[in-house]
Structure formats: structure tokens, C-alpha cells
Ligand binder design. Sequence first.
Ligand code: NAX
Length: 324
Amino acid sequence: MKDPVRIAITGAAGQISYSLAFRIAAGDMLGPDQPVILQLLEITPAMDALQGVVMELNDCAFPLVQEIVATDDPNVAFKDADFALLVGARPRGPGMERKDLLEANAAIFSVQGKAINDHASRDIRVLVVGNPANTNALIASCNAPDLDPGQFTAMMRLDHNRAKSQLAEKTGKHVTDVEKMIVWGNHSATQYPDLAHCSVAGTPAFDLVERDWYENDFIPTVQQRGAAIIKARGASSAASAASAAIDHMRDWALGSDGIVSMGIPSDGSYGVEPGIMFSYPVICKDGKYEIVQGLAVDAFSQDRMKATEQELREERAAVEHLLG
Ligand code: NAX
């Protein structure tokens, strides 16, 4: 049996974690032979609810779960953590401006970044799910100066999976036939789901779908999918978000099957200068991700990549004073 790994989950009594924690415990993230210690973080008023989640996790009698820690102290939650899934965030309240939301979250993610810096494993891999995910990931990484910024990532996999599903449905093929899907930029309505490099069962996507469908249906549908789920379900995406988080971490740790989209520190690739967490096409191998270089970018793509980059620069500017 392998040694257990420590997995910290924040917002552990929330709706995404209600799916996420159980799937991780079942072995969906790191495999059926990898024991886990779950380190669950919540805010103090949610500790009773978190105890209920712990009771249910215990009641599953998961063979892989070695220990469950439930705490409202980030220093305890991130202690020696090998993986951290930062799900908990401050939702937008009534009358709250975007700037207030960014600042409220900046306060949370700077504290958690410091706790990760001071207490986590030096090899920790961090995924930020809580919104605004890209900028929250930036804040956390800026507050963890002893770690490599590349250890902090933001979740774009739900957008990536949504884009695959839309294209598979349109072309009458299976999601597994869709290759080289890319979603660039921010996890927001400015994200750019790009079909220029994509193929379905070996045929270029642009040979299978009309340009008009791509520009006026596909792109807005993927960008607005979160809002469509809220409208239909009366609550935001939860199980699909948890599934995407598992996909992201599993691929990062164990390798991806081709190109996936991850929000990672921009490094100048594709003209996106450093300083933001931008979603790029990456391939994961040997526990690392690498940006896929050299893809042709036409004027249409360039405009959309610039727009989503611009939004991320504005988000950064709003929290610049909190970047540590
Ligand atoms: P919930 O409101 O159900 O749960 C969030 C939980 O986080 C709550 O239990 C709350 O007490 C806790 N929390 C708040 N501040 C905390 C802190 N400082 N430390 C620890 N826990 C804290 O939200 P849920 O539906 O689970 O969504 C969580 C976050 O994911 C939201 O910010 C949401 O916007 C974001 N999403 C991100 C997605 C992505 O693709 N990146 C997609 C799904 C989702 O919308």
C-alpha cells in the first residue's frame, strides 16, 4: 500500500465539496491504490455543517480514507498538504460591487496563500475553484513567496469540458472523439473557447460546423453555461464543477490524455505577459504541465484572447495593493 497523501479542501461544507470530497475519498482523483487524508477547512459558523459531512464520509466506510481533519484554522488545514483544492469563497452579496467582491476574496486567499506557504508540503499542487478563480489563484500565489508560482493554478476545466460536450453534441460524436479543445483566458464570460485547432474523430472541427454556429452559438453558450445552469437548477454548477476539479488534479498528478486547459501563471507565451493567471492549452506529464507552444493564432482569436487578458489585468489592478 502507498503512503497516504494529504488533500486539503476549503469550503468543505459547501455544495461543490459535497460531491468533491466523496469522489476524492472514493479514489477518483489519484486512483484506487492511493490512500488519502482529508483536511477539511470551513469558516467557524459552518463547522456544525462540516461535522455532518464528516459523519457522512465516515458512514461511507471508504477503504482509502486514513484520516479526516475538520477545522476552521487554515494553518491546520494546509499542514503538510500535498494537494489543496480551494473551493470556499465569498459569494457576491446584495449591493456588492465587483471591486468589493474581489477585495473580500483577496482577503480570504491572501490568508490561505500564507498558510500554504508556511505549512504545506514544498511540493504542494494548488487548484483554485472559488471565484474569481484566476485572480484568487494569483493572490494566493503572491502570498506564498517560498513556493513556485506554477504550483498555483485556477480551474478552467469545467469550461473545457463544457466546450467538448457542446461540440460533441453538435457533431453527433462522443466527447472522447473531441481533441485539442482549448479555452483561453479567464473563468468568466470573456473566456475564449477556441475551435481553431480542434478535431472530432480526426476531422477538423471547422470542416464539421458552420462559422456562424461557432461565433454566435458555441462561444456564447460555453461562456454563459454557468448562468444557464443557475437558471435551470436554481443553484450553481456543483457536481460538474467537482468533476472538473478532479479531472484537473488527476491529469496534473498522473498525466493528461492530450491537450487540456489550465489557468496558470502567464509567462509571455502567446503574447500574454507575466502577472496574471491565464488559461492556456497544456499537456501534463510526469507530474508537471507544459504550455503547448507554436499554435497559429489568427486575428479573430487574437482579439478574443486580448479581451479576456484585459479583464484579468483589470481584476489584478483592483487587488494590486493586496498582492503581498
Ligand atoms: P457554497 O456557497 O455552497 O460553498 C462555499 C463554502 O465555502 C461555504 O460552505 C462557505 O462557508 C465556505 N467558505 C467561505 N469562506 C471560506 C473561507 N475563508 N475558508 C473556508 N471556507 C470558506 O458554494 P459552491 O457552490 O460550493 O461554490 C464554491 C465556489 O466555486 C464559488 O466561489 C463559486 O463561484 C465557484 N465556482 C467556480 C467554478 C469554476 O469553474 N472555477 C464553477 C463552479 C462554481 O461556480
